[in-house]
Design a protein around this ligand. Structure first.
Ligand code: BGC
Length: 726
């Protein structure tokens, strides 16, 4: 029976033990939730369930829509679509009987090799924040608690569990915090804290960044939840502002509950006994190690938390309150934050309605995002394909739809379309299929515990055969991909295996070659001048083949633009090992605010494809730009004979100042459909952040002087400029 008793009354009724049980995880009796808070039956408080993640609802053995990755969504530059996306995620979450989604992935893309970049949005804070806010608002609109993660500066997987991030206040405020602030303003009911430490303090217990900044400055009233197995000592975490600890059970219990390997509750070797902190004296806790009882595999050791170091809240919290180490008012605050979210989302009184999984509308939405987020990097006219062209369809993985990367965001759809199926369905000409290479195997942190699960299809592909097919066809379409997973960073920015070689051989045989990349972030495209066209389709989810075909054949104008700079690996600001992956346990953000295009604009070699870049099949002219207060208006004319989709981008260049500032910063953007020969007036709000800088002494400062407002097609393709004074 649900309850509508007011929260202060519930608090007054709860015993100390019951309060403690409401602020940490426990075993889900159904073994479905990633995070489970048991209810209090005597007071009609129902249980509360959290589930992953940003690409769709992932529950072992159950299917749900596999949506495109966060980066694909961000590449649409379409925040209305992102809000719909959040709403679809929210409906699937409650349709699966869950209350909170562990999404969106809100970390800034600092390191191009980060194994989780596909879950995140952008190298730019304004762009990241716009998507974090839109997805959050969408999830929350369905009465599901959104959980932007991982707060904050979780920008790499290598050593993520232990690494200390040495970062300036300025970079934190200008780059890493804004997207979390925007998600909070959009109504996030929860925020997940990160594994890493920032400037010497673990993010699970960061009093200043959680209590002062998140709850103070940003006014966050929801609950903070730890990343899984991230906490060590309960008292500093609780006093540092952490409201809910997860998962509250051992790794072995979690895997057993979720149907994974290892039924045993015994930990493996290396699981030390964790002494109490004084409050839980005499207690020893075995949190369990890897589920099969072995040591953590070396490939992911630094990327996985050590569950054996977690102090169990179940044992630690109550004595800590009794001894006064944690004030009871603080415990009440934690409980009240959880109950408030349960009440405002209709969980407490059972009033929440609806929910739907894998509906035709969700399938259509997944396809729309995948197509609209596809970026046309290069085109000499080979695209769009003629309907009746004879196509050589080439690539080691054309039989697989690329659902996402490995780790907690993995999803399992009921329905998926591979590139081969999508092209075969759409093509009117002949389609000749050649793999060229053996399949690129998916990587997942979970496979590290049980390697060798994938069955290799029996094939004997060869590059020469692919080149011959290309020569015999009108056009060649090559699908190429990378692999990425949570807990491990990519080794570099090259395509895995011999895919570069395959593309070069195919392009040499037929210059009308289009390459479709499906990657977790930037990759090097050394062959780009030899091919006719390059598309970047990211991790597109279950609609992979349909969406790719729609863009290749021009049914959809490629509306995507790059949310990350594409450049040779050694030219990124994090190419120095001190900056990534760090030295002696510390990663130094020495580049300050010069991340992404801010670094390339400041003098790094010219990138292959700059932030914001993306071609259209149509052509656009920009006229009549005006700035009125905080709004820029511009007329965009489609001067071609095809309908098209344009992304108007506005950047601000600051006046000369003493302090070092980026050459330009994104101030706003708008995606707009413009029919052939038509014009649209587009209004873009100019964000305050683009005009200000964070001074360590004074806080936010707007330097007075003349600012140049650029409007155009990318960070390096301004079409018009206006000057405004601040
Ligand atoms: C990840 C989180 C995820 C959590 C629960 C952690 O390993 O970092 O993003 O939500 O597990 O599965």
């Amino acid at each position: 029976m649900p309850t509508d008793t007011p929260i202060p009354d519930l608090l007054a009724e709860l015993t100390l033990e019951e309060k403690c049980a409401l602020v940490h995880g426990a075993r889900d009796p159904e073994g479905r939730a990633a995070g489970y808070i048991p209810g209090v039956e005597r007071l009609d408080i129902p249980p509360f369930r959290m589930v992953d993640g940003p690409l769709g609802v992932g529950i072992e053995g159950e299917s749900a829509t596999a949506f495109p990755a966060g980066l694909a969504l961000a590449a649409t530059f379409d925040t209305d679509l992102a809000r719909d996306h959040g709403a679809a995620l929210g409906r699937e979450t409650k349709g699966m009987g869950m209350d909170s989604l562990l999404a969106p992935g809100t970390n800034l893309i600092r390191v191009p090799e980060n194994g989780r970049n596909f879950e995140y949005f952008s190298e730019d804070p304004l762009h990241s924040g716009a998507f974090a806010a839109a997805v959050t608002a969408g999830i929350e609109s369905e009465d599901v608690v959104a959980t932007p993660k991982h707060y904050v500066a979780n920008n790499q997987e290598t050593d993520r569990a232990t690494v200390d991030v040495d970062v300036s206040e300025r970079a934190l405020h200008e780059l890493y915090l804004p997207a979390f602030r925007d998600a909070v303003e959009a109504g996030a009911g929860a925020v997940m804290t990160a594994y890493n430490a920032v400037n010497g303090t673990s993010m699970s217990e960061h009093d200043r960044l959680i209590n002062d900044v998140l709850k103070g400055e940003f006014g966050f009233e929801g609950y903070t939840v730890s990343d899984w197995f991230a906490t060590e000592d309960a008292v500093p975490a609780v006093n540092g502002g952490l409201d809910v600890e997860m998962p509250g059970i051992t790794m072995a219990e979690m895997m057993a509950a979720m149907g994974g390997a290892g039924e045993s509750e015994e930990g493996g070797p290396g699981d030390g006994e964790t002494p109490g902190d004084g409050a839980g004296d005499g207690e020893t806790v075995d949190q369990g190690g890897p589920p099969d009882g072995s040591e953590m595999p070396p490939e992911i050791a630094g990327g996985m938390p050590d569950p054996s170091t977690c102090e169990r809240y179940a044992e630690a919290l109550r004595p800590a309150v009794e001894s006064g180490a944690v004030p009871e008012a603080r415990l009440d605050d934690m409980v009240s934050r959880v109950l408030t979210q349960m009440a405002s989302h209709g969980v407490l009184d059972g009033s929440r309605e609806g929910g739907a999984v894998d509906t035709p509308a969700h399938r259509a939405h997944a396809e729309r995002v995948a197509a609209r987020g596809t970026v046309l990097l290069e085109n000499d006219g080979v695209l769009p394909l003629d309907d009746d062209a004879d196509v050589a369809l080439i690539g080691p993985n054309i039989e697989d739809s690329l659902l996402g990367g490995g780790g907690s965001s993995e999803t399992d759809p009921a329905h998926a379309v591979s590139p081969r199926e999508g092209i075969a369905e759409r093509a009117a000409g002949d389609v000749c299929v050649e793999y060229g290479l053996p399949p690129v195997a998916d990587v997942s942190m979970f496979d590290m515990f049980a390697p060798g699960g994938d069955d290799e299809p029996e094939r004997d592909p060869d590059i020469e055969g692919a080149a011959q097919a290309a020569e015999d066809a009108d056009v060649a379409v090559v699908f190429a991909r990378d692999t990425a997973t949570e807990a491990i960073d990519r080794e570099g920015l090259s395509l895995p295996g011999r895919q570069d070689e395959l593309i070069e051989a195919v392009a040499a045989a037929n210059s009308d070659t289009a390459v479709v990349l499906n990657t977790s972030g930037p990759v090097e495209t050394l062959w780009r001048d030899a091919v006719g066209a390059v598309l970047e389709g990211w991790y597109p989810g279950q609609a992979h083949g349909t969406a790719a075909a729609a863009v290749l054949y021009g049914d959809t104008d490629p509306g995507g633009r790059l949310p990350v700079t594409f450049a040779p690996a050694e030219t990124y600001p994090t190419a120095d090992p001190r900056r990534f992956p760090g030295e002696d346990g510390t990663v130094h953000y020495d580049e300050g605010v010069f991340v992404g295009y801010r670094a390339f604009d400041a003098g790094a070699p010219k990138p292959d494809y700059p932030f914001g870049h993306g071609e259209s099949y149509a052509e656009f002219a920009y006229t009549d730009a005006t700035v009125d207060g905080d709004t820029l208006a511009v007329t965009v004319e489609n001067t071609s004979e095809r309908d098209g989709r344009e992304v108007v981008q506005v950047y601000v260049r600051p006046p000369e100042t003493d302090g070092e500032r980026p050459v330009r910063e994104l101030a706003g953007f708008a995606a707009v459909d413009v029919a052939a020969g038509e014009r649209e007036t587009v209004e873009v709000a100019l964000a305050a952040d683009a005009f200000r800088r964070y001074d360590e002494g004074e806080g936010w400062v707007v330097d007075s002087g003349a600012y140049t407002v650029e409007v155009g097609r990318s960070s390096r393709d301004a079409r018009l400029e206006r000057t405004v004074t601040r």
